[in-house]
Design a protein around this ligand. Structure first.
Ligand SMILES: [Zn+2]
Ligand SMILES: [Zn+2]
Length: 301
């Protein structure tokens, strides 16, 4: 099962038509067109990534951004979007067509386009509604960057439901305390819809990466008083979380043995090359299919 393009590595199958065309990770990254070179089928895997969006700094959840618009006529949306993108600091890299406006989001009859996040991955949801004062310092989001969604929780639930219907693969990214209850309920929705299910736990490597990165981020926001305080606090929290994870992760993860068993079952239905394609499609996985299954089996026993 070598890559049909370079024949130098093994290939995975991304094609929606499950055709025989296989590609290695390197060749996938060089693709110019989102269509299968053999049958022109779509090469996209549609993900829904369920997880706590705002207050989980060590596990940034890829999400879609909703910008408030006509609720506050005086707000200049272009300015909000410019702040989100940052001034060369790469706050978030988001093209115009992937910004969702509040009015469109609230009108649940209006179908939202799906966002292309890597050459072979699309994101159907979830959604974060950003406030007009947001300052996502290199991904160091804080609660005030988001609008309180409580007054329209019903709409958010409906939008997430639609996005789960539209996905191929539902990913539950558990936070460190494993207390993201709405996300766990969404797993049930995805399961009833027959989606491929994947469960990811907080990984020590994620936290270590943030700890080693944090001084660079701090240097860039040194003139931003609130930001500096926030980042320093985050660093202390990472160190605390790291300890917590080392001492408690096995016990907490073992509570999810039924989720693990269900996930393996949904993946068993796919071809080997498709399963590999899912795990190489987005950096969020940071794990191969075989490593993933090995990890889940260690929870089940
Ligand atoms: Zn190749
Ligand atoms: Zn094809």
């Amino acid at each position: 099962m070598t890559c049909s393009l370079c024949e130098n590595d093994y290939g995975t199958s991304l094609c929606e038509n499950e055709c025989t065309y296989l590609m290695c990770r390197e060749c996938i990254n060089k693709l110019k067109s989102p269509n299968c070179p053999q049958c022109r089928g779509s090469l996209n895997i549609k993900l829904f990534i369920s997880g706590k969006i705002c207050i989980e700094p060590h596990m940034p959840i890829p999400c879609r951004f909703v910008v408030q618009s006509k609720v506050h006529e005086e707000i200049d949306n272009d300015e909000v979007v410019a702040t989100m993108r940052g001034e060369g600091d790469g706050a978030i890299d988001i093209p115009d067509e992937d910004i969702i406006y509040y009015d469109d989001f609230m009108n649940v009859e209006h179908e939202l386009p799906i966002e292309q996040i890597t050459p072979t991955t699309q994101l159907t949801g979830p959604f974060a509604i950003v406030s007009e004062t947001c300052l996502p310092m290199d991904g160091f989001w804080c609660e005030k960057d988001f609008v309180d969604a409580k007054p329209f929780a019903d709409i958010v639930n409906k939008r997430n439901h639609q996005a789960i219907v539209n996905c191929d693969v539902f990913v539950l990214k558990l936070n460190i305390m494993c207390d993201c209850f709405r996300n766990i309920a969404e797993w049930g929705i995805a399961s009833a819809l027959g989606k491929t299910l994947i469960i990811l736990f907080t990984d020590l490597r994620d936290i270590d990466m943030h700890i080693s990165n944090i001084d660079n981020v701090l240097a860039r926001y040194i003139h931003h008083e609130d930001g500096t305080e926030l980042i320093k606090k985050r660093k202390r929290n990472y160190i605390k979380d790291r300890k917590f994870l080392i001492n408690n992760s096995h016990k907490m993860q073992s509570e999810f043995y039924m989720f693990a068993a269900e996930s393996i079952k949904t993946l068993d239905k796919l071809s080997f090359t498709k399963r590999e394609a899912i795990f190489t499609s987005h950096p969020i996985f940071n794990i191969t299919y075989n490593e993933y299954v090995k990890k889940l089996k260690s929870i089940i026993v």
